[in-house]
Design a protein around this ligand. Structure first.
Ligand SMILES: Cc1cc2nc3c(=O)[nH]c(=O)nc-3n(C[C@H](O)[C@H](O)[C@H](O)COP(=O)(O)OP(=O)(O)OC[C@H]3O[C@@H](n4cnc5c(N)ncnc54)[C@H](O)[C@@H]3O)c2cc1C
Length: 535
């Protein structure tokens, strides 16, 4: 069986992150801490069961769609359409809480095969209907909000029926799977073969393989297993112009790697209907541990030294002083007992080792020697186990905080090591100028490379009466700061609609023109996720 949480694959809460059964009020102990930081809290009103705009698709078009994929797979009821409206960014949640369902799709279509997907796309071209490929619905960049203007309607192409493990090649160590499998479902299927993909983003329990590929996701074990785009070796795509298969060999010099054009294309070029990914043997041993560093700079230098020395463990992350103090590196411990808490002051590093018993022991010994020589203080497995235990819990806290008028959101970027400090300072300054000194800004190094790292920020502030414009202004300030500092607008959350205004600055006018040309070739009438990604 899978070693990873066997989550009941329920629908997410329409107004919150995750499992509806876990929706809860802010724990009393945490409330005290939050009131200390932001003042007295007050419950915010939430509009429950707001009405949806009616389906606007012509009856004849609907009848034809039903004929193509089966009437039972074309859903118009409000309950289903509500759950397929937008993703799970804080702006998405704020709009949903305010009863704004204007982005609801006219219909939810559930294809059961690649051919079904092609049939839906052909139908959409014929009727000029926008199509939003939908995996787990965990987008945090507005990737599920297609432009409606100029189209006869919008359908959500829900990939929930495409959930098969199609093939395992234990010799090459690859597996071919369908895109609608959520993280735990894919891991459970592969665990029966003693295998794992090793991709565990914080959204793991609800996001899908197709979504991981379409957004170039990066998981918490990326130092050991790699980013998702580095794990994909083959793809099958359904486009308005037909099928496109890519990936016949582990490496090739046959021109540019077109798989990389599809990875990160966010449903704008085609629908991923199959993926072949690298797999690893399930680790027999897993050890997570903590190290203490006197400062973020000292810890970051240690992280860099490890990676550049070829010593990076499977998990490697470093919280800055604020995050260490607030203990968001271990969300389960907020307001809980001291016991396994991080040390006072300084910064907490979490290292995780996964593999055979021998490999873990040998690597841990080498890393321990290196970190000791660099001046780190070992904290044992307590902080590491606490992090591993609570690693998927923090998003639930965001909802409980929104309930009482505290706005929380995360942002991420990446830059070269030599630019880390400037980017860190630039983002913090932008947030302080936009949100005021009362905002709490936390950061950790979340993904590492020989040449640089990803910085992942969490910001919390007292919500204004209307928090949406407050947050959008802060987000814009951060986007400008990232461009000014020469960092990427996104390391793993993708572009969607939210980051699109800054994409041109990152890829240049020629890059924008190339993207538009590819889109025009594969999707000549522009039905696939219009308004997303492509400037
Ligand atoms: C609480 C939380 C924590 C998160 N943590 C992480 C993290 O640790 N690392 C990380 O990388 N991301 C993280 N994310 C972001 C998000 O989970 C990723 O973007 C994820 O990869 C999206 O997968 P999904 O199945 O939910 O896709 P969706 O949200 O359904 O779709 C995302 C985009 O991909 C397109 N798409 C989906 N499936 C397909 C397909 N089969 N073919 C073509 N296009 C498709 C959609 O149209 C959309 O544009 C987090 C999000 C939340 C809410």
């Amino acid at each position: 069986m899978s070693q990873y949480p066997a989550v009941e694959q329920t629908e997410m809460h329409p107004l919150r992150w995750g499992d509806p059964a876990r929706a809860g009020a802010l724990p009393e102990a945490t409330r005290g801490l939050v009131e200390f930081a932001f003042g007295e809290l007050s419950e915010r009103a939430v509009v429950v069961d707001a009405p949806l705009p009616p389906c606007g698709l012509p009856a004849a078009a609907l009848a034809e769609l039903r004929a193509r994929v089966g009437a039972e797979h074309v859903l118009l009821d409000d309950a289903v359409r509500r759950l397929r409206t937008r993703g799970k960014s804080t702006p998405d949640l704020l709009r949903a809480r305010a009863g704004d369902l204007t982005d609801a799709p006219d219909a939810v279509v559930r294809p059961g095969s690649h051919d079904d997907v092609e049939a839906v796309l052909a139908w959409a071209v014929a009727h000029h209907v926008a199509v939003v490929p939908f995996g787990g619905g965990t987008s945090v960049t507005g990737g599920l909000v297609a432009r409606r203007e100029g189209f006869a309607g919008v359908v959500c192409l829900d990939l929930v029926r495409l959930k098969r493990l199609l093939a395992v090649d234990p010799v090459s160590m690859t597996a071919t799977l369908e895109p609608g499998l959520r993280g735990p479902e894919a891991e459970a299927l592969l665990a029966e073969h003693g295998l794992t993909i090793g991709h565990f983003p914080q959204s793991f329990q609800h996001a899908t393989l197709g979504g991981f590929a379409a957004t170039r996701s990066s998981g918490q074990s990326s130092a050991g297993y790699g980013r998702f785009d580095a794990l994909v070796v083959g793809l099958r795509l359904a486009t308005p112009r037909g099928e496109w298969r890519l990936g016949v060999a582990p490496a090739t010099a046959a021109g540019p790697d077109l798989r990389q054009l599809v990875l990160g294309s966010e449903g704008t070029l085609g629908v991923i209907t199959e993926l072949t990914v690298r797999v690893r043997r399930l680790p027999a041993e897993k050890v997570y541990e903590g190290w203490h560093w006197p400062s973020f700079d000292a810890g970051a230098d240690a992280v860099r030294t490890l990676v550049q020395g070829g010593l990076a463990p499977t998990v490697l992350r470093l919280s800055d002083e604020n995050e260490t103090a607030i203990n968001l590196a271990r969300p389960d411990a907020i307001g809980a007992d001291e016991d396994a808490a991080a040390p006072a002051g300084g910064c907490l590093m979490i290292n995780g080792y996964e593999g055979t018993d021998e490999a873990v022991a040998a690597q841990r010994e080498r890393v321990t020697a290196a970190l000791t020589a660099l001046g780190g203080t070992p904290l044992g497995t307590g902080p590491g186990e606490a992090w591993a235990h609570g690693r998927f819990d923090a998003p639930y806290l965001r909802d409980s905080l929104l309930d009482v008028g505290v706005l929380v959101e995360t942002m991420e970027t990446a830059t070269f090591w030599s630019n880390r400090d400037a980017v860190y300072a630039g983002v913090r300054t932008a947030l302080a100028e936009s949100l005021g000194d009362g905002a709490l800004v936390l950061c950790h190094i979340s993904h590492v490379y020989e040449t640089g790292c990803s910085l992942y920020f969490t910001v919390a502030t007292r919500a204004a009466a209307d928090p949406l414009p407050q947050w959008l202004a802060a987000k814009a300030a951060v986007g400008d700061a990232l461009v000014a500092a020469g960092a990427t607008i996104t390391h793993h959350h993708a572009v969607g609609t939210d980051h699109k205004p800054w994409l041109g600055a990152e890829v240049g006018a020629l890059g924008t023109s190339v993207l538009r040309a590819v889109k025009a070739d594969l999707d000549p009438t522009g039905i696939l996720n219009p308004g997303v990604l492509i400037p």
